[in-house]
Design a protein around this ligand. Structure first.
Ligand SMILES: [Zn+2]
Length: 300
């Protein structure tokens, strides 16, 4: 995990989406979770779409990286027998990937979970290929379509899709709830909840207070199938939300303990040194960003 391919900082970094802090609860490095070599059984992009739930299929985009895990999962939503589909997060600008997505059916809308480049890089090109409107929370990520609003309910691909505003990873993060997808429904969670590891907050745009509220909102959806933008599909969204909240609480306890010994006005680098003493220099920025987000939460 070298330099995470990001010279421009978190905001524009296509890899600046994801880290795995889960191992750090038993160790010292906050962001080492994905630094180990990928197992040889690591998922590879396939020439066709894979089934992920009754109403969804996906293709793994060819953009693996230390922060994007195996790559971005681009989803296709469509009711059985419907000639129409909705596509969520076309992902990186890769012609083969886009061709597979475009061949899934008549694309009637493209939905974007959030602004990061590993989700949006291909938006303009995919709009050009399919003619379908691309809709995101932010106007600058829309192409031929209106911005999405939290609470909006749309029908696309013959499927009811509920737009849920879930700020925290970024301020524009959305999830897409499919209440009729199997007995429990499903939720496309973008980077708000991942199939593996935990989510980095893109502070200061992404805020911990917002993120904790978003976890509450998602937990209330019950044991829905979790369709993440990175990592494997998981059952029981509500359980995962509780796990994520526990993890955040453990992290906050560590920060509180550091402040108690260093003084309440300790600097971000000092707290980072205390909480992550062995962090690899190449990912120090991610550790400091995480600390900054937590200090902001505790101090506001
Ligand atoms: Zn992201």
């Amino acid at each position: 995990m070298k330099g995470v391919g990001c010279e421009r900082g978190l905001v524009q970094c296509q890899d600046g989406t994801v880290t795995s802090e889960s191992k750090a609860t038993s160790g010292n490095s906050p962001i080492n979770g994905d630094s180990s070599p990928q197992p040889s059984s690591s998922p590879q992009p396939s020439s066709s779409l894979q089934r992920s739930s009754e109403l969804t299929r996906f293709r793994l985009a060819p953009n693996p990286g230390p922060m994007s895990l195996d790559g971005t999962n681009s989803y296709v939503i469509g009711a059985p027998g419907s000639p129409y589909v909705a596509v969520v997060d076309p992902g990186p600008d890769d012609e083969e990937h886009l061709a597979v997505l475009a061949s899934a059916g008549v694309v009637d809308v493209v939905l974007i979970t959030h602004r990061h480049a590993d989700h949006t890089e291909a938006s303009a090109r995919f709009h050009q290929i399919t003619g379908a409107p691309v809709r995101a929370a932010l106007l600058e990520h829309c192409h031929g379509g209106e911005p999405l609003m939290g609470g909006e309910v749309l029908t696309a691909g013959g499927v009811e899709i509920r737009v849920v505003a879930t700020p925290g990873h970024t301020s524009d993060s959305l999830c897409f709830h499919l209440p009729h997808d199997g007995p429990t429904g499903s939720v496309l969670t973008g980077d708000t909840i991942l199939g593996r590891g935990t989510t980095v907050l893109d502070f200061p745009d992404g805020r911990l207070g917002d993120y904790l509220s978003s976890l509450d909102k998602l937990e209330a959806m019950g044991p829905a199938t979790l369709l993440p933008a990175h990592g494997p599909v998981l059952p029981a969204l509500d359980e995962k939300c509780r796990e994520y909240r526990d993890h955040r609480e453990q992290r906050l306890d560590q920060i509180r303990a550091a402040l108690n010994s260093l003084g309440q006005d300790a600097s971000i680098p000092a707290v980072t040194d205390a909480v992550y003493p062995d962090v690899d220099p190449s990912v120090r920025w991610a550790a400091e960003t995480s600390v900054a987000a937590q200090l902001d939460y505790l101090r506001s």
